[in-house]
Write a protein that binds this ligand. Structure first.
Ligand SMILES: Cc1cc2nc3c(=O)[nH]c(=O)nc-3n(C[C@H](O)[C@H](O)[C@H](O)COP(=O)(O)OP(=O)(O)OC[C@H]3O[C@@H](n4cnc5c(N)ncnc54)[C@H](O)[C@@H]3O)c2cc1C
Length: 495
């Protein structure tokens, strides 16, 4: 039988597929990304990156690149000025009030990056670390057996079959991988239609920057030049979207007939909300929009998908190295997170609907958002900072471990920096290095560091590669418990 060409084939070189490729390459997993389009050919939408994504990017040494790229991005001056004049950090259903409670995040604010820029940075990391990224090639079929998956890939020269140990569908909401794997995608039909375009707008005085809601729907004018509308209960056209359709929609919502020229793109999307029935079928997995789609209120789709990729990467790498045991925790941990995001985007779409009843609901909601507990709940939901994995009786376990300065034998560092090569981290804060000695038989897979941190949540922290706490030990540390945790998460001790 023919051996596999790659350990993992990723269908789709969007933000999630590329992030997953970067993750897998940290563990030496041979990875092919197959992307249907040419580089930069995707819709140039701008993507907001919220707190948890930025925290993750810091733990992968990508944050500085993203921040520098945002600084170079033209057209965001208006957005930056607005930030200086408000204490809010983000919106819920167009109410710019998030972050006004007691939530404190590692990163001071969200980032805005054009999709193309994000993909350029991730492609550079993925290819520099050894992933193969093939553009202009489409996954059109797959068949799996006990040893791997045969994937049919079509490009300008015809079709070929590529064999991989595992396939991950990161190929968006209409995922071919999901369909070929027989995974259901149940959900709700659209109730609203949005049109969006990037171009030059004439009539700016009457259509100022920002979000406007009225009895006909929403009109939004973004700092990067995009305009968008949202209209309810009007049916979804089945014809390809056109500039005329966007212009007509703007007129229906605002009463203004605009001139929209030099158009770079125009698109249509809805609030159709769907969640995959399962995230894995044998050797085929799905991540990002292939697993969940929702109305892009609050900019959470890529953010959710990045966390999928970072949750999956190290587990899939372990499976490729002969330890498939953790793979099912991917769905168990990530599907409930997507369910929560679908809940909040559905609620936002309801709160955005025109009409006097919703006017009253919004007014009441705005009052509720003045309460810290309510503001914190929704802020954490949008920022992704409310995630806790598993149901350990220990309330610390399953939570993201905050960054902090650390004094180690090798000098000062930060917790985030110690996670940058994707290895799990055993942080021994006992002052005696006993946990480091206990973990020595796992030192080929687990970074062990003795450090000082008087404010730490426990004397010993076992941190997963994605930054979440696998196990916490209080002094006196029970070696047996630590050995069990190391074995459960990272395999048996070295002989
Ligand atoms: C208007 C709008 C604004 C948004 N704003 C935000 C935001 O601010 N923040 C945020 O986090 N999210 C936002 N989102 C959501 C975000 O764009 C998506 O969640 C994100 O792009 C999902 O990434 P992905 O890689 O999973 O899928 P996609 O971005 O859809 O990428 C899938 C890739 O797979 C390729 N592909 C498809 N089929 C195949 C195939 N058979 N073979 C090979 N390749 C294939 C596609 O060409 C594409 O490049 C927004 C969405 C919309 C519509």
């Amino acid at each position: 039988m023919r051996s596999n060409d790659y350990d993992v084939l990723i269908a789709g070189g969007g933000p999630v597929g590329l992030m997953l490729a970067c993750e897998l390459r940290m563990y030496g997993v041979s990875t092919l990304v197959v992307e249907r389009l040419a580089p930069g050919a995707n819709e140039p939408r701008t993507l907001t990156m919220h707190a948890r994504t930025l925290e993750i990017m810091d733990r992968r040494d990508l944050l500085a690149d993203f921040v520098a790229a945002e600084e170079r991005t033209a057209g965001l001056d208006e957005y930056r000025r607005r930030l200086e004049n408000t204490s809010a950090r983000g919106h819920f259903a167009g109410m710019f009030v998030l972050g006004r409670g007691s939530v404190v995040t590692e990163q001071p604010r969200e980032l805005l990056l054009p999709r193309e820029t994000m993909e350029t940075i991730l492609t550079r990391r993925a290819t520099r670390t050894g992933a193969v990224v093939r553009h202009g090639a489409e996954v059109v079929g797959l068949a799996q057996n006990a040893d791997g998956v045969a994937v049919t890939v079509k490009d300008a020269r015809g079709s070929t079959v590529i064999r991989a140990g595992y396939v991950v569908g990161c190929d968006g909401g209409r995922s071919a991988v999901r369909r070929h794997a027989g995974i259901d995608f149940p959900g709700t039909e659209p109730q609203l239609v949005s049109r969006m375009g990037l171009g030059s707008l004439t009539g700016p005085d009457r259509l100022p920057m920002g979000w406007q809601r009225n009895e006909h729907g929403w009109f939004m004018r973004m700092p990067d030049g995009r305009i968008s509308t949202a209209e309810w209960d009007c049916g979804v056209p089945q014809t390809p979207v056109s500039v005329g359709e966007l212009v007509d929609s703007v007129q229906r919502v605002t009463g203004e007939r605009i001139q929209f020229t030099d158009v770079r793109f125009v698109s249509r999307f809805t609030d159709s909300t769907r969640l995959a029935a399962q995230y894995r079928a044998g050797r085929v997995l799905i991540a990002g929009d292939a697993a969940h789609v929702h109305f892009p209120a609050g900019g959470q789709g890529a953010h959710l998908g990045f966390q999928d990729a970072v949750n999956l990467g190290w587990k899939l790498a372990a499976a490729c190295q002969g330890r498939p045991g953790l793979l099912d925790t991917y769905e168990a941990e990530r599907r409930p997170v997507a369910e929560r995001v679908l809940l909040n985007t559905h609620a936002q779409a309801a709160l955005m609907r025109p009409g006097p009843q919703v006017d009253a609901l919004r007014a009441l909601f705005a009052e509720l958002m003045d309460f810290d507990a309510v503001n914190d709940l929704l802020t954490n939901a949008i920022y992704g900072t409310d995630v806790r994995y598993g149901d350990s009786a220990d309330p610390r376990v399953g939570r993201f471990v905050a960054d902090r300065p650390l004094k180690t034998d090798s000098g000062p560092t930060r917790l985030a920096e110690l996670l940058r090569d994707g290895r799990p981290l055993l942080l021994d804060l006992t002052g005696t290095s006993t946990a480091v000695r206990t973990a020595d038989p796992w030192a080929d897979r687990v970074r062990t560091v003795a450090a000082l941190d008087a404010d730490a949540e426990a004397a010993v922290l076992l941190i997963r590669p994605d930054g979440y706490l696998a196990w916490a030990g209080d002094a006196p540390v029970y070696d047996e418990d630590l050995r069990t945790a190391l074995t459960d998460w990272f395999g048996p001790a070295r002989a």
